[in-house]
Design a protein around this ligand. Structure first.
Ligand SMILES: NC(=O)c1ccc[n+]([C@@H]2O[C@H](COP(=O)([O-])OP(=O)(O)OC[C@H]3O[C@@H](n4cnc5c(N)ncnc54)[C@H](O)[C@@H]3O)[C@@H](O)[C@H]2O)c1
Length: 261
């Protein structure tokens, strides 16, 4: 994308987890369009590669670097930070976006293995990133975490309860870290999307993506549509930018008004 004015993230360096598709891809595209350089922290090299390759022929070709790793592994966070500093010279922003959902259904029927998977993949990266990136940000006396929670955290509803619980932890941890890291100049915020146009839709609808299922969900959203990767990219860009430099510890709903119902 051609720019004739400084972008809102000009000169910034970000790690975006789960950057190879869905909301992470939307966040990565927005960040790069606003001048940031991004390390795409992806468990799937092919997902990450596809997004990075889409910049290969343009002026942003050096702004996307794929890092294959698992966000639940402390060692992968250590390597990601090292690669980021080697490739880009620094790190300013971490977006904890990678996450998973269980199939919507009665809470007592969700298998224990699914419960464990949800809690592990959705919550432990906040611990790992705080442990590895926290000291780096504190030392340089600036840095921003943007954590992708869910509107199901402040407004849990039936059948996605374990997922909502994991996102409740994401929101609570984000606020706690905001209070703790604030005096060191480090900000931490959460974004709460409503159901979004990604591969997760089928699970949210109980296993099958149907026109009727989508219509039911859309009816409950005052602005009348699902969220898009672009919506979440825009919100993440604002929270990560210096325009938000007095904002920390918020849970920003990007939900078309869903939480009002
Ligand atoms: N899609 C929705 O309706 C919705 C709504 C609210 C919140 N969210 C949250 O937004 C985030 C992104 O969701 P999405 O729908 O874009 O997901 P998605 O399934 O479309 O994409 C997730 C990406 O994360 C990667 N990933 C998965 N596990 C990983 C790991 N351990 N380490 C590194 N990368 C990993 C995957 O390879 C994939 O590319 C999640 O945290 C999700 O809970 C999604």
């Amino acid at each position: 994308m051609s720019r004739n004015h400084p972008g809102r993230l000009e000169g910034k360096v970000a790690i975006v987890t789960g950057a190879g598709m869905g909301l992470g891809e939307g966040i990565t595209r927005k960040f790069i369009s606003e001048g940031a350089r991004v390390l795409l922290f992806e468990i799937s090299f092919s997902h990450g590669r596809k997004v990075a390759d889409s910049f290969a022929d343009g002026e942003d070709k050096d702004k996307a670097v794929v890092f294959q790793g698992d966000v639940t592994e402390l060692g992968d966070w250590e390597r990601a930070l090292q690669v980021c500093v080697e490739m880009f010279g620094k790190l300013d922003i971490v977006v904890n976006n990678a996450g998973v959902v269980h199939r919507s259904g009665p809470s007592h029927e969700v298998p224990r293995s699914e419960y464990d998977r949800i809690m592990h993949i959705n919550v432990s990266p906040l611990y790992q990133s705080a442990k590895v990136i926290g000291p780096y940000f504190i030392k340089q006396r600036h840095g921003v975490f943007v954590n992708i929670s869910s509107i199901s955290a402040p407004r849990p509803r039936p059948n996605l309860v374990w997922y909502a619980g994991s996102k409740g932890a994401v929101s609570a941890i984000s606020k706690g870290l905001a209070a703790e890291f604030g005096p060191s100049g480090v900000r931490v915020n959460a974004i709460c999307p409503v159901v979004a146009e990604t591969g997760m839709v089928a699970s949210v609808l109980g296993g099958t993506d149907t026109v009727e299922g989508r219509a039911g969900l859309t009816k409950a959203i005052p602005l009348g549509r699902f969220a898009t990767p672009r919506d979440i990219g825009n919100a993440a860009c604002f929270l990560a930018s210096d325009e938000a430099d007095f904002i920390t510890g918020v849970e920003l709903p990007v939900d078309g008004g869903r939480a009002l119902n």
